[in-house]
Design a protein around this ligand. Sequence first.
Ligand code: KG4
Ligand code: ZN
Length: 334
Amino acid sequence: MKDIYILAIETSCDETSIAIVKNGSEVVAITILTQMDTHAEFGGVVPEIASRMHTENITMVLEETLNKAGMQVSDVDAIAVTYKPGLLGSLLVGIEFAKVLSYVYNKPLIKVNHLIGHIYANAVNNKLEFPLLALVVSGGHTELVVMKDDYDFELLGSTLDDAIGEAYDKVARILSIPYPGGPGIEKLALEGNPSYDLPKPVLDNTYNFSYSGLKSYIINLVHNETQRGNEIRRADLAASFQVTAVDELSRKVDLALKNTGIKNVIVAGGVSTNKYLRGEIKKVADANDAKLTIPDFIYCTDNAAMIGAAAYPLYLKHDFADYSLNAESSANIC
Ligand code: KG4
Ligand code: ZN
């Protein structure tokens, strides 16, 4: 069969990324331009600044990717783009750019759900083995999904309130750790012991998650102790939060593996860069004789390679978008 090259574009939040992906698995070239330092000054992503920076940089990111690949747009078979979920203005920059490339070079346009992209990050340099259990842990989502085949999703459970990444970011903020908080909490936690007794979410026999109670408890604890003039053991609190938050994921993954008998687990989304999480989920997978796949660090956070990987099964099905394609801010996997 002829090799298929997909040029993929990701601009849903604060990374401008373009990749060329061969046969849904091999990254021929990728460029990821992060705006993190700019947004860090404001303590979080400023949507207006994000879309403006995407607009300023996207042509350069395309040129750099084509140069690295030694290819031209005319060489690829399709143009893929993230269309949901994300910041509307940011998504629109990528979508309009993709439409122009598709039209000018007469290439089919493929629309990709960003969350599905995170899952397909596991298909980069790898082959997904079905059925599989996917744990999606990002800034906006915490979900357990069963996949029986490509694009065959069954949602087992999701967060009823905050996503785990959001909880990391909010706890980081109260501990004065700069944005993005997740990596900062992970680093600080290494210096501490999980000695704070924190409330565990009580959603025992479901696959759902809840992180707002844990987050609020920590915010109140820090406020109260500060008001009383007591010292907060920041590293211990970061470690305690991380253990409590990840333990909940481990318990639910364990429950799902036991109940479904599935032997393949994948982890997806920005929080999956967390080494503590990776270690704990590995223990659960091993205990259930399941094979664990987690993307390389670079493909855990937002990147266009995962969009190219997720677009490939759609290309094979000729599931193409037309030029009425618009951005959508919110979405689930299924
Ligand atoms: O998947 P992602 O890059 O963007 C979304 O689609 O949301 O995930 C971003 C989230 C943020 O909440 C960030 O704090 C968190 O992932 N994150 C981490 C780590 N690296 C990123 N959380 C915990 N530990 C990390 N090392
Ligand atoms: Zn993401």
